[in-house]
Unconditional design. Structure first.
Length: 45
């Protein structure tokens, strides 16, 4: 049970980190990612 939980947590955090990397690359215009909009919703803007 412990091994399954650790592997599931590792997969979850790896995917979560990948999503953050994609958002960073789109926001800093390091890559052209058509599925990720280059804009922010913080402070209406």
């Amino acid at each position: 049970m412990n091994v399954i939980f650790r592997r599931a947590a590792a997969v979850f955090f790896a995917l979560h980190g990948l999503i953050h990397v994609l958002g960073f690359a789109a926001a800093w215009q390091l890559a052209t990612l058509p599925g990720i909009a280059y804009r922010t919703t913080a402070l209406n803007g």
